[in-house]
Write a protein that binds this ligand. Sequence first.
Ligand code: UD1
Ligand code: MG
Length: 453
Amino acid sequence: MTERSCLTIILAAGEGTRMKSDLVKVLHPVAGLPMVLHVANAAKEAGTSEIAVVIGRQAEAVERTLTDAGIAATFHEQTERLGTGHAVKAARSAIETGFDDVLVVFGDTPLLTPETIIGARAELAKGSDVVVVGFRTSDPTGYGRLLENGGKLLAIREEKEATDAEKKINFCNGGLMAFSGAILTQLLDEITNDNAKGEYYMTDAVEIANGKGLTVSAIEAPFEDALGVNSRIELAEAEAIWQQRKRNECLAAGVTMQAPETVWFYHDTEVGSDAVVEPHCVFSKGVRVASGARIRAFSHLEEAEVGEDAEIGPYARLRPGAKIGKTAKVGNFCEIKKAKVAKGAKVNHLTYVGDAIIGEGANIGAGTITCNYDGFNKHLTQIGAGAFIGSNSSLVAPVNIGDGAYVASGSVVTDDVADDAVAFGRARQTNKDGKAAELRKRFAEIKAAKSKG
Ligand code: UD1
Ligand code: MG
């Protein structure tokens, strides 16, 4: 089948009025990735030869999003939004290049899988001229209904045109239509706007094809594949389903999650086998977790790498550029930003490490702060292998702490510390014997004088 050439037309021009948003609908993200990129990626994975994107509202932003993501496509502007059929007509020049298969997909169906696209193409390869991907739902409101007779697809009836009886049909148009390239332009020529909405419906192509004696068929896909996002409610539904799929993928790949329904992934999250992700963790973009690592409850990770058998959290925050080495530990209420924590190092409690390099096996005590910012520039803190930073120390960058060095608790370190040196950056303590009793007496007298007055 792969030798058949294929054009995928992504319709992404719609106004998306029901989103009530300043942002064009197809750029709203699911798992952090704009919906139109989910669709383009699925088309690529399904082996399409070319992609044509029909753009309209915020055309430039849609085009930039796709090209920045490395999607090679031609762009076709639909200047007025006169319906899905009108939108496909806008990509006519791409269709006329000549392809065996032409797929029409919507930029607002982010859960479409490559398998479903491949399924539609397989149907074309078997001899159908038009293939519609349908799905069944208990609430078909708003979708085009597939009218069948004896297993043959007769027509697609849009909600606005449907009779009460037709509205009861729960087999719906999922939006993916596949056409034999040879006949598509003829079908497009015959689509009119003679209907209740005054729009050019792409779905009319089915009746037109039947009128020409062409072979039209419907295949069924899971509901999720076809979920069309028209509102924020549906966007949240799509997100929930995407998350569910990703969780299952991770579980199947050997990741342990005790409460997977509480874990939130990004589209590009990578988690190795035998890693454990405890409840309520959130992955933002660009996170890689190696095998055997444990991400403990309530941690938030973004653009971070976690090495093998490392342990993060509970309640840890890894910000962009955090690179945590093998078996290293980042404990509760710690924030790590643009910093390398080498193998076996420990940053266990209430600590901020930013713009830093921490050597192997170093121990960073509770409440340590790298003072990396002077209001204008960021500066580097380097801590050597095996160094020990006493609790509640401030390391004022730029500063280097040598291998095996000690920093006394409560120090403010402004000067470099040599290898194996001990730094005291705090005042010496003095004790005054008996002074406490004297103080108590004095305070009691003051209180008594006040209550008299
Ligand atoms: C469409 C289908 C309906 C199907 C449903 C599945 C038609 C006439 N109806 O309805 O049968 O059940 O999708 O989700 O095809 N677009 C343009 N230009 C336009 C109009 C739309 O590019 O002039 C794009 C939109 O950006 C969107 C897609 O086409 O990505 C679908 O448009 P939408 O308005 O969401 O169609 P539905 O009413 O959902
Ligand atoms: Mg829609």
